[in-house]
Design a protein around this ligand. Sequence first.
Ligand code: ADP
Ligand code: MG
Length: 254
Amino acid sequence: MSRRRQIYEGKAKVLFEGPEPGTLVQYFKDDASAFNDRKKGTITGKGVLNNRISEFIMSRLGELGIQTHFVRRLNMREQLVRQVEIVPLEVVVRNVASGSFATRFGLDEGTLLPRSIIEYYYKNDALDDPMVSEEHVTAFGWATAPELDEIMATALRVNDFLSGLFLGIGIKLVDLTLEFGRLWDNDEMRLVVADEISPDNCRLWDIKTGEKMDKDRFRQDLGQVEEAYQEVARRLGILPEGGPADVKAPKTVQ
Ligand code: ADP
Ligand code: MG
């Protein structure tokens, strides 16, 4: 671990130089943040669970022919990914009104939207990730119009697939946030799904009880945050062997 060069430390993950050129190691931390880092905390075992959950979801997407950055999981907290040039957008797909969206449009939390709605936010902590339109995205050159078409189509495909996947385990996919990256093979560029897909960036509600099973439990101080992440992993059939005990933070960094 300590031999690797650290490329970046974000709010939820650390990126290290990977073993081969063009690869990175994503280390999943237990650190939790919300409201652009104004609220900070730790969710014990989150890194272990998100590493597994993201591995599982990215692998299923790969099987559908949706390309992702994921290569393989290395250990409890790390996965190997292809290094990409990140498109500086948070691509949000919403199925049900919640969070800032419900506030903005004066909708009750839980209102079913007439169709899935895509929003773009410019990834910039200093600016608080402002919402932007396609006009901003193309005019400022964050992505081209054809790239944006592809991003939108892929985001909807991911949303449809994950909605069904979660429905099958009694969970409603309220919304999700995706990041995309550019990957070059010689002269050819492909857009792939990057970053992570986990309860940190999806809103997941239990279908029967309506209970939140995602980072909103942390944002809103609802308690039982670890348990919610564990329950998502358990229902997906991927709770780490040995159960919750495995989910203790191993001291692999430093
Ligand atoms: P942040 O605090 O910026 O959200 P995270 O803790 O989530 O950061 O760390 C992940 C960072 O790595 C993000 O900035 C994300 O855009 C970037 N990233 C994710 N996947 C890749 C990849 N395959 N190649 C390069 N950068 C990536
Ligand atoms: Mg992030």
